[in-house]
Ligand binder design. Structure first.
Ligand code: ATP
Length: 356
């Protein structure tokens, strides 16, 4: 297993990139800890697959370096990088049996027979493939084939890292939940460096110790699920993670906090302004409450969401959502308070004071 460093990596698919949008990856600097379980989370087109393919060597970056344990591998082809990759769709040999498919990556590298047998038995058991070991892959369902693909990715114990590119897309929802927990369990057991690409926040948050959030070709935050929730470094993390996402409102800095556009009262914030730019005030719906000395709002809509109610209010020209426990009474004169320790000022998208 290896520590993987991406050093000022940039990638453009076309020749002569000039404008920002010509770059699929803007400038990526990150170190993936040896043995870490990471999720790479972001919307479609933000550059996740590009980043993964640069790590595995399927793609050579336009600029920057890739290092495994401090050794540069930027120009090495995939077969010399010792990476296992599991793709969105099954990559297996239809004519082989399930057992042969699982053995193949080991046999190919001359692993001794007794070790092959033990390792394949372990992986097949974890993925519940033992009962179909002797069946040809051709006759299996898409779910079953993808489980074999996962098994082929996981079976080698000598790889630098295992990369998963949206591996559960073709898996049925019930099994998805099961496999997700299995992968986490497997990570705990094999301690491999694992990078799991997804655009699904639940998948990312359940699998990973650390989540790397990408937007428009750049990494906007690396953090534990708690850190992403409690202190988003970028407004993108605020609204992409959480349900509903963070309330974000244009704001003007004031003493100790900010005025939300179109309102009189200054709201206290956890951080301070840091220079000129477009400011927004951000607070998650979980940290908004009704309070007698709060700012007056109009109630727009109330939706029941299981144990919670999502209450949508109007504050000046802005919509503010709060997440209140089931049964919360709506006061006759509704006023909102924002938890000052969880209310942040963002400048040009970034948490003020965190970025120039
Ligand atoms: P998805 O979740 O849809 O797979 P992604 O986050 O993995 O998206 P990438 O596939 O890495 O994103 O794409 C990043 C950007 O690069 C997108 O704008 C995409 O259109 C572009 N791109 C990807 N592959 C190519 C290619 N082979 N040629 C040209 N542009 C490409």
């Amino acid at each position: 297993m290896a520590r993987i460093t991406l050093d000022t990596l940039r990638h453009a698919y076309g020749p002569r990139p000039a404008a920002r949008e010509d770059w699929a990856l803007q400038s990526v600097d990150i170190e993936w800890r040896d043995g870490g379980a990471y999720a790479l989370l972001g919307p479609s087109g933000c550059g996740k697959t590009t980043l993964l393919n640069i790590i595995s060597g399927l793609l050579r970056p336009t600029e920057g370096r890739v290092l495994f344990d401090g050794q540069e591998v930027t120009r090495l082809p995939p077969d010399r990088r010792n990476i296992a990759q599991v793709f969105q769709f099954p990559v297996i040999y239809d004519t082989m049996t399930v057992q042969q498919n699982l053995e193949f990556p080991l046999r190919n590298r001359g692993v001794p027979e007794d070790q092959i047998a033990a390792r394949v038995a372990e992986i097949a058991a974890m993925l519940e493939l033992e009962d179909m070991a002797d069946r040809r892959a051709a006759g299996l369902t898409a779910d079953q084939k993808q489980k074999i693909s996962l098994g082929r990715g996981l079976v080698r114990s000598d790889v630098a890292a295992i990369l998963f590119d949206e591996p559960l897309t073709v898996i049925d929802p019930h099994l998805k939940w099961k496999l997700r927990s299995k992968l986490k369990e497997l990570h705990a057991r094999v301690q491999a460096t694992m990078i799991y690409v997804t655009h699904d926040q639940t998948e990312a948050l359940t699998f990973a110790d650390e989540v790397v959030v990408m937007s428009a070709g750049e990494i906007v935050q690396v953090g534990t699920p708690d850190q992403l929730f409690e202190r988003p470094l970028h407004t993108f993390v605020g609204h992409f993670i959480g349900s509903p996402g963070m309330n974000l409102m244009p704001a003007t800095p004031a003493e100790g906090g900010a005025h939300i556009e179109g309102t009189e009262t200054a709201i206290r914030t956890a951080n301070r302004p840091s220079g000129n730019g477009a400011y927004e005030l951000g607070v998650r719906p979980e940290f908004v409450t009704f309070a007698q000395d709060g700012v007056p709002v109009e109630i727009q809509r109330v939706a029941d969401a299981g144990r919670f109610r999502v209450i949508e209010t109007r504050l000046g020209a802005q919509t503010v959502r709060m997440l209140a426990p089931e049964g919360t009474e709506i006061p006759a004169d509704p006023r909102l308070a924002f938890d000052p320790a969880r209310t942040f000022l963002y400048r040009d998208g970034w948490l003020a004071g965190e970025r120039p």
